[in-house]
Design a protein around this ligand. Sequence first.
Ligand code: SF4
Ligand code: SF4
Length: 186
Amino acid sequence: MPNPTSLTEPSAPTHLTLAVASAETLTSCFQCAKCSNGCPVADIADLLPHRIVRLAQLGLLREPMASEHIWNCTGCGACSTRCPNEVPVAKLMDHLKSEALSEQIPLGADSAKVAKFHALFNKAVCKYGRSYELGTLRKVKTTREMLGQMRLGMTMLRRGKIHLRPARIRDRKAVRELFRRAGVTK
Ligand code: SF4
Ligand code: SF4
């Protein structure tokens, strides 16, 4: 019988564990599926949020780490808000994403695209304190795709929705420190 509070697969590396605080709150899940019923991307989920919580309870993290759902997750937090037991479902999705990257879990083509966007977004926020949409788009879209959206891009530029140069906040050092403390950067 797996130990529900350790949340570690027998074959998984020792660092592949959830924080004790998260582990304790996960054990209160009674599989009502309210999280999945409120998830806006449940229709395309290969693994529903309540199933992911159940696997995490059992310490079986490989399957959820390899699922497409963690990358389709919008981070809206509806699952956590709807949960009657305050299980931090959205936080679990974030944790699984970060573990999947550090464990170099093979991703499907669509998930890999989202993972790349995720990494570039984090990099820009860490560097400038704000997202840099145009810089990120240049790295995830082909020239052909960019040209195909030229008209939309020009409208967004005119309306100040995107910028040619990255906007920077004053206290970027504080943001970098936040990233370091969260373990995203060293
Ligand atoms: S809503 Fe909460 S208790 Fe219900 S299945 Fe989801 S995580 Fe478990
Ligand atoms: S945070 Fe993710 S898993 Fe939770 S409801 Fe939103 S999209 Fe679904």
